[in-house]
Every structure is written in C-alpha cells, then in structure tokens.
Design a protein around this ligand. Structure first.
Ligand code: UTP
Length: 262
C-alpha cells in the first residue's frame, strides 16, 4: 500500500468484526444483522464506516458470516474514498477469532479494529478513533485501545485496564482484567470498541486460550501481548464523549436516542 511508505506506523486498514450471532437482540436479529438495524435514520454500520473514513481509513474488511451477507449487499465494493472487502468467519468463536480471520488481508501492516456494534458520539474536533490511530503512530505501542470511564458499580460488565502511571488523555497500561468485581478493579476505565494493532497480534491470538463465555477474547490476546513485554497504550474518551454498544435492547434504545437527530 502506497500509504504506508514513509511512515510504517500509519494505519489505513480497518477490520470490522460483524459476524456475531446477535442472540441478545432476538427476534430482531433473526434475518437482519445486528450491525444493520436502524439507529435513527441509518443502519448502525453506516455511522461506523463514516467514522473510519473521517479518521483516514481507506480499506475496510468486514468479517461476516453466511447468515449476514446483507452487509455485503448493503456496502458493495467501494465508495469514493474507501474500498470494502469481506471475509467469512465460519464458526462464531469470539472476537479474537473474528480478528484472526483478517490475518491474510492485513498482511504485515498495522491495522485497526472497529466493533461493528458500537458507536461513539463526540464533542471534540478530532474523533476518538482518529486519536487511537494517532497514538499508534506517535508511540512505540503494539496495541492502542480506546477506553471509557465507567461507574465503579458497572465495571464487572467490561474489560478494565490497569494504568502503569497516572491517567491522562493517552496513557500506558501494564495489565487488563476481564469483568472484575468493583472492589478488585484496577481502574474505572473500560475497553470501548476501538483498537489499533501491530500485525504481531495474530501471533498472540494464536496462543490465546478459550476465555469467558467459551469464546476467544481479544482482551486475553492483548494480555498475551503485554506478558510478552510489548507496550499497550490507551486513549481515554472525554467527559462529553459517549460510547454505546447495541448488544442489548436497553443499550440499543439508548444508542437510538443518542443518534436520533443525526
Ligand atoms: P458481541 O459478543 O457483542 O456480539 O461482539 P454477538 O456475539 O453478536 O452478541 P450476542 O452475545 O450473540 O448477543 C461484538 C462484535 O464482534 C462481532 C459481533 O458481530 C459484534 O459486532 N463478533 C463477535 C464476531 O464477528 N464474531 C464472533 O465470534 C463474536
């Protein structure tokens, strides 16, 4: 890719995992992929694709399944400034496995992962996802994760990061804990659905054991990366920036309200 000449840490490729079963939104997701249900006037994935394009992404790989080819019908092959590609995840074995399906397409380039069921609204001029890509470019991190401050009594729903030093808009971590009890949580910062990775993540995914819910968890793969001595950094969402996933009806309704007027 011409874009990586000159700066090997510049990211122009994004993987959007969208092959999950969406069981928590049944019966809505029986025939319609979760990632295509409406948020206000547009399907979820259109907001996510816009966010990627605005952040400088020019190549997108959707990870889909045989049941979710409607995503390919919706986006086709390209828009003016971005090309769309598709790969099938044959068995839904978790997010880390979905990302692993992208390894041939990614090759030796650094790349981003944008969850297909998670949207972010911001009041800042630089999008949070772009700040993740910028942090990858300007640090020596092998992984950069977007995080969101979460009330302590809700930390047990998320992967929580352990900061190495003080919290700042961009900070380094030395561990991650999946769904900790509030008293054991190493911080109140939860993983928020946007990542940048060195292609070395595939080696770590390959070594990741099956985790929570009997699935391969990307949080565990990032843990392997840290255990290997690699740097992992976080970008924190600001006070007026909101991330919503559409995983449950409750969060879907909140996301719908958030995007209703956009
Ligand atoms: P989730 O775990 O929230 O989605 O994954 P899910 O598995 O579809 O949800 P439920 O539990 O059945 O309701 C977050 C994102 O990762 C994708 C999903 O499509 C979603 O966009 N994903 C998840 C995959 O692509 N493959 C998987 O094996 C798991």
């Amino acid at each position: 890719m011409i874009t990586s000449i000159g700066n090997p840490r510049k990211i122009t490729k994004a993987v959007i995992p969208a092959a999950g079963k969406g069981t928590r939104l049944l019966p809505l997701t029986k025939a319609v992929p979760k990632e295509l249900i409406p948020l206000g006037r547009r399907p979820v994935l259109e907001y996510i694709v816009d966010e990627a394009i605005e952040s400088g992404i020019t190549e997108i790989l959707f990870v889909i399944s045989e049941e979710k080819t409607a995503i390919r019908s919706h986006f086709g092959g390209s828009l003016d400034c971005v090309r769309f590609n598709y790969v099938f995840q044959t068995e839904q074995k978790g997010l880390a496995d979905a990302v692993y399906c992208a390894r041939d397409w990614v090759g030796d380039d650094p790349f981003a992962v944008v969850l297909g069921d998670s949207i972010i609204s911001t009041d800042q001029s630089v999008l949070p996802f772009k700040r993740v890509l910028d942090a990858y470019e300007t640090t020596q991190a092998s992984g950069v994760i977007l995080v969101q401050k979460t009330p302590r009594d809700e930390v047990s729903r998320f992967g929580i990061v352990k900061p190495k030093n003080a919290i700042a808009p961009v900070f380094e971590i030395d561990a991650l804990v999946e769904k900790p009890m509030p008293a054991d949580a190493p911080s109140e910062y939860a993983i928020a659905g946007r990542y940048a990775f060195s292609p070395k993540i595939f080696e770590h995914i390959n070594r990741t054991p099956i985790g929570a819910n009997g699935e391969y968890q990307i949080t565990d793969s990032i843990g392997c990366m840290l255990a290997d001595g690699a740097q992992v950094w976080c970008v924190a969402l600001g006070e007026n920036e909101v991330r919503r996933d559409i995983g449950t009806f409750e969060s879907y309704f909140e996301a719908f309200r958030l995007m209703m007027n956009q």
